[in-house]
Design a protein around this ligand. Structure first.
Ligand SMILES: Cc1cc2nc3c(=O)[nH]c(=O)nc-3n(C[C@H](O)[C@H](O)[C@H](O)COP(=O)(O)O)c2cc1C
Length: 180
């Protein structure tokens, strides 16, 4: 599959089958996260894989949605702000590094026929407590992982994304691209 087709196949999966995720597929997805690029190669991340039902219930308390609870695996992507690179103006690249790694996870999962969703709107304190995270680690994304119950159409990109003409600027911000 071409990269663009793979990227279009990915969608935020909000309905999962109970079918378990095979160990080799999980490892391949985690390997995709491991090789992700990061600012100054600091790799300021930890990935907590949650499959234990009791622990899953505690994570669901941090993001109480039925569809989320149905995923057989959660990956919690955590950032280490003590390791992440800071630019001269103080900007911390931790969230950016984690987001790129999560993108690797989502695309690798898609490639293997699995579904994911980047979940950011969760209760950080509840997640921290459930995983007993040390203070220097921030849970940044919850990623439910499993087989999708149904697919989303790639046609959604025709309407649910801005047009290139709205977002691309050549040779400076004011010059818009020509209509094609
Ligand atoms: C940083 C980030 C945070 C997100 N947080 C949530 C979330 O908390 N809950 C959710 O259902 N979807 C969440 N999403 C998924 C977006 O809603 C979704 O990517 C967007 O609507 C586009 O749809 P698509 O992923 O199916 O192409 C998040 C996505 C990103 C990139």
């Amino acid at each position: 599959m071409s990269f663009l087709n793979l990227a279009k196949e990915r969608f935020s999966t909000r309905d999962f089958l109970t079918k378990p995720v095979e160990e080799d597929k999980l490892l391949e997805i985690l390997e995709a996260a491991r090789i992700s690029p990061s600012a100054v190669n600091r790799q300021p991340w930890h990935f907590v894989v949650v499959r234990d039902e009791n622990l899953k219930e505690k994570i669901v308390e941090a993001y109480p949605r039925d569809w989320f609870a149905k995923a057989p695996v959660f990956i919690v992507a955590c950032g280490d702000h003590t390791e992440s690179w800071k630019r001269d103006d103080g900007k911390d690249y931790c969230d950016i590094d984690i987001s790129i790694a999560v993108t690797h996870i989502m695309l690798a999962a898609t490639d293997l026929g699995l579904g994911t969703c980047f979940v950011g709107a969760f209760d950080v304190d509840k997640c921290r407590q459930a995983l007993k995270l040390p203070k220097h680690l921030e849970p940044i994304a919850l990623i439910p992982l499993g087989y999708p119950a149904k697919k989303d159409s790639t046609k959604r990109f025709n309407t649910r994304r801005k047009a290139l003409s709205e977002i691309v600027h050549y040779d400076g911000f004011d010059s818009n691209i020509k209509e094609q």
